[in-house]
Design a protein around this ligand. Sequence first.
Ligand code: 6PG
Length: 237
Amino acid sequence: MSEIKFEIFQNPLELAKGFADEFRKICEEVIIVRSKINVALSGGSTPKMFFTILALEYKNKIEWSKIDFYWVDERCVKPDDEESNYGMTKKILLNNIEIPESNIQRMIGENDPEREAERYSEILKKNLPVKNNFPVFDLILLGVGEDGHTASIFPDQMDLLNGEKVCAVAIHPATLQKRITLTGNTINNAERIYFLVTGKGKENVVKDILEKRNDYLKYPAAHIKALDGIVKWWITF
Ligand code: 6PG
């Protein structure tokens, strides 16, 4: 089981800039060895600044054609819906870099959720290396909610952390919105897992998890411990 490392940043901009450079370095490191890198992106608001910096300052500093982008989770909406994680990423990043369409494997939010979870699982098992019966991402980018959820694994759906499924259907506990999500076993199978966390409202949850206090295992994010890889928390409150 990997140890968990964390780094504190002054503000969201410093964190986003720092991770943009870390992302560039990881891509270079993997591409030298394996000619391409498989990356799973989270949605929500935190990655927006990181995506903006990539689009503005790394357009010509990264070999985009050697990156395959996947998603950690997706809301079950159409890509042009403002809730769409893919739609947000396309608007901020993908439309502004030279990357082949074939490198973009979105979760199809408008499909039947159960069928899409199955379809996406098959794609991951076909396209990625497999270890421990789960696909292996080179890099997974995660966020954390104020309730300690990560991906779309919510505290009332802890069963999504385990089991044989690669992807599953989740339900947002407040809005009842359906989502497709990577399961905890798929996430924990990755080589590198980075949590990017911003926002004062997450401070207690993050401290509970990192200091293993206050019944911290009730939070799904506390169960993200790469089997063989590394987990890093990059934080600013
Ligand atoms: C999503 C994300 C989700 C997100 C957290 C944090 O689809 O919303 O994948 O897990 O990372 O909810 O969201 P913020 O970055 O908006 O705080």
